[in-house]
Design a protein around this ligand. Structure first.
Ligand code: MTE
Ligand code: HPA
Ligand code: MOS
Length: 766
């Protein structure tokens, strides 16, 4: 459909839940009216990081007020596993403890407070074993969850030896807690024949369905997972929401009562995985302009006690450690380290941000060693024409708009003048120093696991001309539901308000992928369009028959059907169609074309296309205290031809701020016993509204658009903008360089404390 015929797509429609969320009418799982007889479940946690349970006395737990029953491993009727892939995540530990906080039993009580209270009364004896907590400990002991992996091309050893200049460096990259406003929650209602209706705050209803069915030992058809919305997911509910659904389901099966489980904030932070900490080490050769000749990069990922999604996450980190730059001779090594800590998981960007940050640090390091502006180094390294347009995994960067996008942002942000002003400011000020940085983002769109790039939808047209829309995607605040509804409305030429957005459920669309990899609108938008267009085709044929016209002459616009000079209200056509026995319901199915990946060689086309963006950040640091301020941010981001520019802008702003939080104030600390010491907002600082930069200019790139045939030529927007936050980290690095005249040992997050230490630290990067 040409753009001129679009009435809803491309419009800045409000999020369908915006008003309801503000007034409090939007229902989350914990807002649902509780069914009679509801019991509350709460997990009991291990208090060591590594070892065996020798004895467990739960008598005080069982005797506590309100306690109805206990759930132990032996009570699990089916499989004791809630892992996404490898079968290595017990729902309840079978005696071996692999991280501090691991679930060792659960309580069912009449109230949640009673269950929580009782869960701490267990008396457990352990035999402690050696624990690896840090990346260093795991790496030096070769403790891994999955085999090492490499990719690259050329003879890096030879090319490094030949390079004009050479540098080595090391960067520690902190993890990140998802800090969704709604923590993990599930409520399970048992039905007849052992069926279970599972309300689960999850990005992956199908996986939760499978896990619940498998742990109960019942067929998948006996379990329905339903979710209207999450209060944020950010990847934290891609693979780790099933455990809570399983516990509630086991409790429901044992007692015949409905069961709810809602972790409190501290336990949510202790018991569920986060963004992977990484350590990046590089050895890079480059010419006198800073153009990379060869690079050897090692990425150590801290996976935690089990594999979870770490394989794909570490792969994506590797596939993004080129970012927007051509690396002619390159070796990327990845280690997937096992530590006795919670199993790390998906988090917006899925390893990509750690890869991008690594190469951006290399850019900053090269620039400081040559004494030139880092933007010049970045520009000479960008992907370019033939010969400089293939990634380390041999995919052609066929849609490279980075040079043009950067040029536009450099001009619109007045970069060059401001660079001169920064130099002037720093000359005049001894204790306040400014830094400025422009960093790009190139992010691959598609699940790297090719089979996951599929989606289904179900569309019904009802007798009054209203539409029921369902698809496999979940809503976590990102605006997926409204975007897909806009697509469906335009298929029928009707107002958006006529499309009912319904809860995601495994009973309507089966075998879905998680809503992740930013692919929600790309996949489900296409599937829904295919379903809607199928019905529209039937209606068009029927209308053509009514007016003795050709099907191709039938148009759907302005809530009417137009055939030549005849017009009919859409509702009237629908009524006539039902009377004439035309089927007005259809499924739609979509799979992403062209993509493929060869694990053995580490090459292929894993991504359908790339999304691009860039940000300029200006910061001022106080050299006495290390405190700093983000003075101004300019963003230019590519969403292709936007389905909904208001939603997309919101994603860009939110993504940037979340990325900035990751690299500035959000700091996770485990002690040497493996206890997470930062498990509440009192000790873990996420950005708030007042952390928005004073000047925050966000624009959508108006360029060549999308060369890939996506839904209405839009581009995925969910994750890529998180990496725009790297501009703040890079600007802080630049400010320290400007203050001290040398490259600092500044790791992420660059908290004020870290900035102060970097200013004081005499060490060069080694
Ligand atoms: N935006 C909001 N408001 N809340 C979220 O939880 N998750 C992010 C991103 N934007 C998230 C969000 C992540 S991790 C992904 S993968 C995408 O949204 C998923 O949705 P999409 O594929 O529909 O963009
Ligand atoms: N991104 C996000 N989630 C995923 C991916 C991916 O590439 N692969 C498997 N789960
Ligand atoms: Mo997003 S990390 O792919 O859920």
């Amino acid at each position: 459909m040409p753009d001129t015929q679009l009435r809803e797509v491309r419009q800045p429609k409000a999020h369908d839940s915006a008003i309801k969320q503000i007034t409090g009418e939007a229902r989350y799982i914990d807002d649902q009216r509780e069914p009679a007889g509801l019991l509350h479940c709460y997990p009991g946690k291990a208090s060591i990081a590594s070892g065996k349970v020798v004895a467990m006395d739960l008598s005080a737990v069982a005797a506590a007020p309100g306690v109805v029953s206990l759930i132990k491993v032996a009570d699990i009727p089916g499989k004791n596993d809630c892992s996404p892939i490898f079968g290595d995540d017990p729902i309840i530990s079978e005696g071996q403890i692999t991280f501090h906080g691991q679930v060792i039993f659960a309580v069912l009580a009449e109230t949640r407070d009673q269950a929580r209270w009782a869960a701490q009364l267990a008396k457990v004896e352990y035999e402690e074993e050696k624990a690896f907590i840090s990346v260093e400990q795991a790496n030096s002991n070769d403790s891994t969850v999955l085999p090492d992996y490499q990719m690259g091309r050329g003879d890096v050893v030879v090319d490094l030896a030949k390079a004009s200049n050479r540098l080595q460096g090391h960067l520690e990259i902190g993890g990140q807690d998802h800090f969704y406003l709604e923590g993990h929650v599930s409520m399970v209602e048992p039905g007849e024949d052992g069926d279970m209706l599972v309300h689960c705050s999850t990005q992956h209803p199908t996986e939760a369905q499978h896990q619940v069915a498998d742990c109960l030992g019942v067929p998948h058809h006996a379990v329905e997972v339903r979710i209207r919305r999450m209060g944020g997911g950010f990847g934290g509910k891609e693979s780790q929401s099933g455990q809570w659904a399983c516990l509630a389901a086991i409790g429901a099966k044992m007692t015949g009562h409905p069961v709810k489980i809602r972790l409190d904030r501290d336990d949510d932070m202790i018991l569920t995985g986060k963004r992977h900490e990484f350590e990046a080490s590089y050895d890079v050769g480059f010419d006198n302009q800073g153009r990379i000749e060869a690079i050897d990069l090692t990425l150590l990922g801290r996976c935690g006690h089990s594999a979870d999604l770490s394989g794909a996450i570490c792969d994506r980190a590797m596939m993004h450690s080129d970012n927007a730059y051509f690396l002619p001779s390159v070796a990327i090594h990845s280690r997937r380290l096992r530590t006795h800590t919670v199993s790390n998981t998906a988090f917006r960007g899925f390893g990509g941000p750690q890869g991008v940050l690594s190469i951006e640090r290399v850019m900053d390091h090269i620039a400081s060693s040559l004494g030139i502006d880092a933007l010049e180094v970045r520009k000479v390294n960008l992907y370019g024409d033939e010969g400089r347009n293939t990634t380390p995994y041999e995919m052609e960067v066929f849609d490279n708009i980075a040079p043009e996008l950067i040029e536009q942002l450099e001009a619109s942000s007045n970069y060059q003048n401001r660079r001169a002003e920064v130099v002037e400011f720093n000359r005049k000020n001894k204790y306040l120093k400014k830094g400025l940085s422009l960093t790009p983002v190139k992010f691959g769109i598609s699940f790297t696991a090719t089979h996951m790039n599929q989606a289904g939808a179900l569309v019904h047209v009802y007798g009054d001309g209203s539409i029921g829309l369902n698809h496999g995607g979940t809503e976590m605040g990102q605006g997926l539901y409204v975007k897909v509804a806009q697509v469906v409305a335009d298929s029928f030429g009707i107002d958006l308000e006529r499309v009912k957005i319904t809860s995601t459920t495994t009973a309507k669309v089966p075998n879905t992928s998680p809503t992740a990899a930013s692919s929600g609108a790309d996949l489900n938008g296409m599937a829904a369009k295919i379903a809607a267009d199928e019905i529209r085709g039937r209606l068009a044929e029927f209308a053509a028959g009514l007016f003795q016209a050709s099907k191709d002459d039938v148009r759907f616009e302005n809530n009417e059907v137009v055939v030549g000079t005849e017009r009919l209200d859409f509702t009237d056509l629908v009524k006539k169609a039902i009377f004439a026995r035309v089927s007005l319901s259809s499924t739609g199915y979509y799979k992403t074309p062209e993509i493929q990946w060869d694990v053995a060689t580490g090459t292929g086309k894993p991504f359908f296309y790339f999304a691009y963006g860039a940000a300029v950040s200006e910061v001022t640091i106080d050299c006495f205290t290390g405190e700093y301020k983000v003075d101004r941010v300019d963003i230019l981001h590519d969403v292709g031809h936007s389905l909904n520019p208001a939603i997309d802008k919101g994603q860009i702003e939110g993504g940037f701020i979340q990325g900035m939080g990751w690299l500035t104030t959000e700091e996770l600390k485990w002690d040497d016993k493996g206890r997470l010491r930062t498990h509440a907002p009192s000790t873990y600082k996420i950005p708030t509204a007042t952390d928005t930069p004073d000047v925050f200019n966000v624009d959508l790139f108006k360029g060549d658009g999308n060369r890939a045939e996506t839904i209405y030529r839009s581009k995925a927007v969910g994750e890529p903008p998180l990496m725009l936050g790297i501009a703040v980290f890079s600007a802080l690095t630049n400010a320290v360089v400007n203050a001290t005249g040398r490259m600092p040992k500044l790791n992420a997050p660059a908290t004020p404390e870290a900035v102060l230490l970097a200013l004081r630290d005499g060490d060069y990067l080694v």
